[in-house]
Design a protein around this ligand. Structure first.
Ligand code: BGC
Length: 720
């Protein structure tokens, strides 16, 4: 009979009491290490190599002889992707209908790390139900250029917001003994030429902007796996980048888990093996032809790759498996439960951003409105699938129209007109211009809008238009939507525009001409219900933009400096640390909507900001407290944002940087006392001369704002 020794070890590993935790922890670690060594001793070289490469679209490794299970991965981040067959076709299971969670930028717009944890937890539970070892999520590359096709999957342009959400997503997923795979490491900030382009970025920008969320998810979140990006950094593919993988990730950050390649993103055997890659994934058989299959075996036999290095990779894989599919602590898992639906609803309802409400059309006055025209393809479109890349086979998805019918259908006459066709198929790497206005659909929409008290227009992008593997060509609204908006607004002045998208669009004309604008996202299974609840005021909108909307594309840093998408497969991040609002603020460029922007049905008054001290040492924590009063008529949630500005710095600085935020619930008339902490070490910049984080002494301004531009209160402190 085979002995499953790892199970015994794990009993010891997790059964440690609270007494003397540190030494117990060390003992447990030692026991795990010994256990792994014992398994490695039993594996043949061929069996070890089998553990280092794909064996199917989403599977790798395993060793039947020793009872080591296969590593089964699956995509997020929108939820657990359906089971696919070789060739990516659906496996047609009846057991893999999943919860569709709001897209990454929607989650980021909630500014709510607790929701990020719930998202991870629930997705982890669904992954467990599907016996998945590694969830390929979360994805959080920085939004460098708004055209990037995966902006909707990612979180933000800001490294601090990014890190706070990434850490909680990772913790949530891993609470279910499913490994998170944080991706894509690193600087995968465009889809054009993603498989070949080389990124040149200053060390300071790399450290201050592009790596912080990865670092935090490894060190704080303790992510068990990470995915190397397709692109190159400084001329070297990320999957064989000694600097990124060996020096920074495994060296400086002490990463003990698995470096997994992006699918088909490996280009060498010896270099990738030596420079830090552990597991090669891809989707096309025959798998023995992979760089980490027969070729790796030959390289070991030829003495080009040491057995010690192979063992180290196997050790990492077993270490992750001991926490996941070889752990006896794995919970059962659950698919698409009502609880998961509640999480999807909570995220969606906190993500929606109120951009303009000049005529107070919102919240809808449901006691006087008798009829509503719901117009636009996005009112009836679902977003769980579309474009290239990962989606989910959603158990259900409530469209905007269905949500409004659910909530208002009994008392209000709701009429629908499609308005435009959102059918889209892309050509090549860049989204080509999409087809224009459809006069017949517009005429129908105008007639419908004229015959009702109010019109709600649902426009924006969709999952075919915003997609992995290509970038948008420009920020313009697709499908002739502007013409539709103008025609409907002229027909009915009580028109509310709801723009659905995962990335910035040029909505300048709408901002100028329309009174009422709401921003929504690819908002998960509960999309329509959450939207209807925000429109009717059951939910007071609290979403804030996780990225800057430029007034014009050319204002964005990488566009202004002609540093996107690069030339001759090289892209130079010339803007350095001035990404997103850091650029707009520092260069005094007025955006269309700034980072952190979002209105509410109520008003908040900020006052009395003070810090616990005036002068701080490098090891201190700055505690800032302020009052926020709800002066309006609706209870609501406000995200207080704390930015820091260094006055008279000796080095280049952004005008301000987000260093803390807190979302608080405030009832009508209530004054909340909000306390936020900033460790002084977080004020550091990365000094490239000494390769160290340096906190400059001197004065700093602490700025409390409703957004990056609406700064309501400030205080000055000194660092000694
Ligand atoms: C994407 C990854 C994804 C992988 C597997 C790649 O094209 O870049 O994010 O996890 O495919 O589907």
């Amino acid at each position: 009979m085979k002995t499953k020794i790892y199970r015994h070890i794990l009993c010891g590993l997790f059964a440690v009491g609270t007494l003397n935790y540190a030494s117990a922890q060390t003992k447990a670690d030692q026991a795990t290490d010994a256990q792994i060594s014992a398994i490695i001793k039993k594996l043949t070289l061929e069996e070890k190599i089998t553990m280092l490469h794909a064996s199917g679209v989403f599977t790798a490794g395993g060793c039947k002889r020793l009872d080591i299970p296969v590593v089964k991965t699956d995509d997020g981040p929108l939820g657990v992707r359906e089971e696919v067959k070789e060739g990516w076709g659906s496996a047609n299971l009846t057991t893999d209908s999943a919860t569709f969670f709001p897209n990454g930028s929607a989650l980021a717009a909630t500014w709510n790390p607790e929701l990020a944890y719930r998202y991870g937890h629930d997705m982890g539970e669904e992954a467990r139900a599907r016996n998945i070892t590694v969830m390929l999520a979360p994805a959080f590359n920085i939004c460098r250029n708004p055209l990037c096709g995966r902006t909707y999957e990612y979180y933000s342009e800001d490294p601090f917001l990014n890190a706070k959400l990434a850490v909680q997503s990772v913790k949530g997923i891993q609470s279910q003994h499913v490994a998170a795979c944080v991706k894509h490491f690193a600087v995968n900030n465009q889809e054009i030429n993603r498989g070949k382009v080389s990124v040149d970025v200053s060390e300071r920008a790399l450290r201050e902007i592009y790596l912080p969320a990865f670092k935090a998810s490894i060190i704080e979140g303790k992510a068990w796996t990470i995915m190397s990006a397709y692109n190159k950094l400084r001329g070297v593919y990320c999957s064989e980048n000694d600097y990124l993988l060996n020096k920074v990730l495994k060296g400086e950050w002490g990463f003990k888990g698995i470096v997994i390649s992006d699918w088909g993103g490996v280009h060498s055997t010896v270099a990738a093996a030596k420079n830090g890659l552990d597991l090669e994934m891809g989707s096309n058989p025959p798998y023995n032809t992979y760089y980490f299959a027969d070729k790796l075996l030959d390289s070991v036999k030829a003495g080009k790759v040491s057995i010690k290095l192979i063992d180290e990779k196997v050790r990492r894989i077993l270490w992750v498996q001991l926490h996941t599919n070889m752990s006896k602590n794995q919970p059962e898992g659950k698919m698409s439960t009502p609880e998961h639906g509640k999480t999807a609803y909570a995220i969606a309802s906190e993500s929606i951003v109120l951009l303009k409400n000049e005529k107070n059309l919102l919240p809808l006055n449901t006691s006087t409105i008798k009829s509503i025209a719901v117009i636009g393809d996005n009112a009836t479109r679902t977003f769980h699938l579309g474009g290239f890349g990962a989606g989910v086979k959603a158990r259900y998805e409530i469209t905007a129209l269905a949500g409004l019918q659910n909530r208002l259908g009994k008392t209000i006459d709701i009429k629908f007109a499609q308005g435009y066709s959102g059918k889209y198929s892309a050509v090549g790497e860049v989204n080509s211009p999409s087809h224009g206005p459809d006069s017949a659909l517009i005429a129908q929409a105008v007639a419908t809008a004229k015959s009702t008290d109010l019109a709600i227009l649902f426009i924006g992008g969709n999952r075919d238009y915003e997609s992995e593997s290509r970038d948008r060509k420009d920020l313009s609204l697709p499908f002739g939507e502007q013409t539709l908006v103008d025609a409907v607004t002229a027909a009915n002045p009580n028109t509310i525009v709801v723009v659905v998208g995962g990335a910035p669009y040029d909505i300048g004309q709408i901002k100028k001409n329309n009174s009422t604008i709401v921003w929504s996202w690819y908002n998960g299974s509960e999309n329509g219900n959450a939207l209807a609840d925000v429109l009717t005021g059951k939910i007071n909108p609290s979403g804030k933009m996780p990225f800057t909307f430029p007034a014009e594309l050319k204002d964005s840093p990488s566009e202004a400096l002609n540093a996107y998408p690069g030339e001759n497969l090289k892209v130079d991040y010339k803007e350095g640390i001035l990404v997103g609002y850091r650029w707009f603020d520092t260069k005094k460029i007025e955006p269309m909507y700034c980072f952190g922007y979002g209105l509410s049905y109520t008003d908040y008054k900020y006052s009395d900001l003070f810090t616990n001290k005036k002068s701080y040492k490098a090891t201190d924590v700055i505690t800032a407290t302020l009052k926020v009063k709800n002066t309006g008529k609706y209870a609501g949630k406000e995200t207080v944002q704390l930015y820091v500005s260094k006055t008279g710095s000796a080095v280049e600085r952004a005008e301000k940087e987000l260093k803390a935020f807190k979302k608080v619930n405030i009832t009508v008339g209530e004054t909340a006392s909000v306390t936020l902490n900033i460790p002084v070490k977080d004020l550091a910049y990365y000094d490239t001369k000494t390769s160290k984080w340096v906190v400059e002494p001197g004065k700093y301004k602490i700025l409390a704002g409703k957004s990056s531009k609406d700064i309501e209160e400030n205080a000055t402190i000194t660092v000694e």
